[in-house]
Ligand binder design. Sequence first.
Ligand SMILES: Nc1nc2c(ncn2[C@@H]2O[C@H](COP(=O)(O)OP(=O)(O)OP(=O)(O)O)[C@@H](O)[C@H]2O)c(=O)[nH]1
Ligand SMILES: [Mg+2]
Length: 468
Amino acid sequence: MNIPNPQHPQADSLLNIAVVGHTNTGKTSLIRTMLRSTEFGVIEDGAGTTRHVEQAAISADNEAILKLYDTPGLEDSRALFAHIKKLQAKAKSLSPIQILEQFIAQVTVNDSLEQEAKVIRQVLRSDILLYIIDVREPFLEKYRLELEILTQVSKPIIPVFNFIAGHDRELAKWREHLAAFHMHATLEFDTVAFTFEAEKRLYQKMQTLVESHYDRLQKLIDYRAQLWSQLCLSGAKRIAGLIVTVACYRESKSAQNNVIAHSLVEDRLHDFVRKAEQHCLHDLLAIFNFSEKDVAIQKIPVSNGQWQLDIFAPGILKAYGLDLGSAAAKGAAAGAGIDLMVGGMSLGAASALGAIAGAGWSTFKRYGDEIKATVKGTQWQCADETTLQVLYLRQKHLLRKLMHRGHAAQDRLQVDKADSEKLPSNWTKLTSALRQNPAWQEPSTARNGNTQYLEIEAKLVEALLDEN
Ligand SMILES: Nc1nc2c(ncn2[C@@H]2O[C@H](COP(=O)(O)OP(=O)(O)OP(=O)(O)O)[C@@H](O)[C@H]2O)c(=O)[nH]1
Ligand SMILES: [Mg+2]
């Protein structure tokens, strides 16, 4: 039987990665972000949060590729260094690794270096070390000693710079110090402000350092890239769905001046829009594996719009086979046809108009009911333009934030202002087409096979994913 030697991991075994560093530098945070899970370990602003080695596996398509080991923070590197030096002085013939093995074999429970021994034990069992650095800290003696000890293990080390936002100067200093330890392959990976590119670079660095795992790491990179673009696409599609649902929504109300009935219609509309947004938020959080705790969303201010059938809107004229330049349309626009088309029009007249213009009965059916209702004085209540815009902008903002939120982030995302976001260039055209098609409010085979609908959805998705 082939018993794996923990110090010489086989190429076909999982890649074991120890996440090490001084206490409170963001080791557990890094693992959460890599796992895309807020559930792993405990994160706290204070030393000594992680007390034991904890592991998690990362897979590609159900195939486990690597194991991450979270370790307690190194707290007293001075004492550890002194202790190791003492052991070295006593046993000069032992190699640096053998000295460390001796150290962990000798440490007892409740030893003041028990915590450090857990780290060294895991370091000796791993293939790569991720050394997490809080770049805000100067390169103090304690960090130098930590590196002296860790390099003694002769394992590849990837220094990972954390807390990098706004600390360029400190980062440059750290690079200089690490170069003195022959460490040039560093990585910037802010565990709170996530980018998929940084995650990819982390795996690529591992590939260059542990060639025997190159192909499996490539599999992981490809898998994660595919998964990431699917996540982003699902998020954008979900928001496009929300915009469609709300833009297509209308409540009909009679023209009679019934205040109570009108306010009920308004309430229903407000309720509908808020519930739809809440539902979308819920789905987005689930897509990116966050929870309601991660977001604080202000109630959307809904304002009422009025949707009126505009018989002269290009879409409708076109449906009847008329174009804006035609004699009939010109006559209508000049006022001659208004009585005919709105005031005095009967269904028969409209049908005849359709027939004259060459449009079939099916075309007429699409607008027939609306024309009839308009004639009878029905109006439609809908979410107005401002509401739709606010809805789109803040959902786009939320999507961008979720795409760049590390699973270690502790603050709540605020979703109210979205001044930095832009509407799609053809926004009005898109929403006006949606308003004219209330049947698209719910998914259906007819809707999902409709080319005009699919084009609108694609345009919304493209604009939502545009990060400029
Ligand atoms: N702003 C910011 N805060 C971070 C970042 N990474 C970690 N933190 C915070 O730093 C603190 C420590 O994070 P942990 O992940 O618990 O650190 P650790 O290295 O595992 O700590 P120990 O287990 O105690 O050694 C927490 O308050 C985190 O929210 C980061 O990239 N940016
Ligand atoms: Mg920790």
